[in-house]
Write a protein that binds this ligand. Structure first.
Ligand code: XMP
Length: 511
């Protein structure tokens, strides 16, 4: 395995993904990880990430000197290279040579990360740095140079210590993966055999180690990908010592509860307790129209209901959560990215409140790895490639007051949207597609009769991460089918409109 020390670059996670794509397990840790922790981790090599700071600034992050005395192969990227220079006796220049964008690096020696090239090759790379190395430390030599950086790539003359001024982890450095491959397979001598199958075995062992021989674990199932995969993994490790809890809050989509039960109980025989809390949520939400108030009520009620259900599970000391790697890294990163969306509803605060210890079997995985794991565990593709569904569910898709009748309208309209989008083969192309019920009535005509009924919005967007989104250019015939079916089949809706706003300035959900 490989250790990545994170100096706060926006690309650190990308380094990890590239390394894992090459079949090599790696973890990202804080930049100043002490020598004893590095020894315990026992990596085959260390990668120092880039970062926003300047090595010349007081208090900028440093790594333990053990990194260089350990004899392990080291690859410094950007800030990592500058740190190598600074700590081993070279010089870094703070001014005048900023470089952002594409550049060409000429190969001066085919060694280390550049082992796969020939002398004189010109390689396209992405540069993104303020400072640059001005003088290499003793015993180092340049193995690549660019117009602006005489030391675009550097190496120790006899030890496997390398530095790259550019970013091999981004797609704008087309041969970057080959550079990482050369470093990993030749210098670090890793085998590249890390697979999902291997991960499952290790994860099961780790769960059993943490939970012990008799410990019991509670897991909240939401019907989403993360909690489903976490539950299946825990079930493999613990069998009947896992108890899943699914809260039916009455804000679910059509057939959702039945799907969860069919999958987990009938197919995988996972102990599952479904709590029917529909009436309770509905009565607490009665008369509430403010979106953030809705979210607060739903979050609060969820915790109350879940807690009561969990208390019935005798002897449970652990609570499972589907925390993913990006959430974990944020907390250790020197200056991690920050993500803020509408106030979210999850089980936050539960473990402390209930005095349960956390089990997070997915905390080392990226989202696409969780999907791959789900497939490996036998989850149907339909579940694994599910579009996101917000915790507060249909409550934030019924604008205005929430009543059972209005929920039913949006639920039925949504079911039509889901089906038509799938039938048109568009499901996987879209980030989300769904129906929203507006508190607006308008006049229509059906047969010879005047109607005065509700308006439904069709919302479909493409997006990479939900942070920004574009409205989907759905084919007219798909729009037409959805509209006709909703107005024909859902009594109470006589008009369907299509939302053509992107995010920003709109958001994906209407509340
Ligand atoms: P917005 O509407 O902020 O949504 O553009 C971005 C993504 O987040 C989802 N979303 C939520 N998810 N609880 C959740 O668990 C929420 O309260 C919530 N609000 C929005 C939304 O579906 C989209 O994928």
């Amino acid at each position: 395995k490989i250790l990545i020390l994170d100096f706060g670059s926006q690309y650190t996670q990308l380094i990890a993904r590239r390394v894992r794509e090459l079949g090599v397990y790696c973890e990202i840790h804080r930049p100043d990880l002490p020598a004893e922790d590095i020894r315990r981790f026992a990596p085959r090599g260390i990668i120092l990430s880039g970062g926003p700071a300047s090595v010349e600034t007081e208090g900028s992050p440093r790594c333990d000197p053990f990194v260089f005395s350990s004899g392990l192969p080291v690859l410094g990227i950007c800030y990592g290279l500058q740190l190598i220079s600074k700590l081993l006796g070279g010089r870094v220049d703070r001014s005048a040579h900023r470089e952002y964008g594409s550049a060409e690096v000429e190969v001066l020696a085919a060694r280390g990360p550049l082992a796969g090239f020939k002398l004189g090759d010109r390689v396209k790379v992405l540069m993104s740095h303020g400072d640059r190395v001005d003088m290499l430390p003793p015993d180092f030599e340049a193995i690549g140079r660019s117009g602006n950086s005489p030391y675009a790539a550097a190496a120790h003359q006899s030890k496997p210590i390398y530095g790259l001024q550019f970013h091999p982890e981004v797609v704008h450095t087309p041969m970057g993966k080959e550079m990482l491959r050369a470093f990993l397979f030749t210098d670090c001598k890793v085998s590249g055999s890390w697979t999902m199958k291997g991960f499952i075995q290790e994860a099961e062992d780790a769960i059993r180690r943490q939970v012990g021989e008799h410990g019991r674990v509670i897991c909240g199932l939401s019907g989403g990908v993360d909690s489903s995969v976490a539950a299946l993994l825990l079930h493999r490790a613990l069998g009947a010592r896992l108890q899943c809890i699914f809260v039916d809050n009455g804000l679910l989509r059509q057939g959702e509860r039945e799907q969860v039960e069919a999958l987990f109980v009938d197919r995988f025989h996972v102990p599952l307790k479904t709590v029917d809390a529909r009436a309770r949520f509905l009565s607490e939400l009665a008369g509430v129209t403010d979106p953030e108030k809705k979210r607060k009520i739903i979050g609060r009620e969820f915790i109350t209901v879940f807690e009561a259900a969990a208390r019935d599970v005798q002897g449970a000391e652990f609570l499972a959560q589907g925390t993913l790697y990006p959430d974990v890294i944020e907390s250790v990163s020197y200056k991690g990215p920050s993500v803020t969306i509408k106030s979210h509803h999850n089980v936050g605060g539960l473990p402390e409140k209930m005095n349960l210890k956390l089990v997070e079997p997915l905390r080392e995985l990226f989202k696409d790895e969780v999907r791959a794991l789900g497939r490996e565990l036998g989850l149907p593709d339909e579940m694994v490639s599910r579009q996101p569904f917000p915790g507060p569910g249909l409550a934030i898709r019924v604008l205005g007051e929430i009543t059972e009748a209005r929920l039913e309208l949006v639920r039925r309209a949504d079911a039509i949207v889901q089906q038509e989008i799938r039938d048109a083969g568009l499901y996987k192309e879209l980030w989300q597609a769904f129906a929203v019920l507006l508190p607006v009535q308008s006049v229509g005509v059906m047969g010879d009769e005047r109607t005065y009924e509700s308006t439904c919005v069709l919302r479909a967007v493409t997006s990479v991460d939900g942070m920004t989104a574009d409205w989907a250019r759905l084919p007219y015939d798909v729009l037409e089918r959805i509209s006709t079916r909703i107005t024909n089949e859902v009594r109470g809706i006589n008009r369907v409109v299509y939302d053509v706003s992107s995010k920003p300035p709109a958001t994906i959900e209407w509340e």
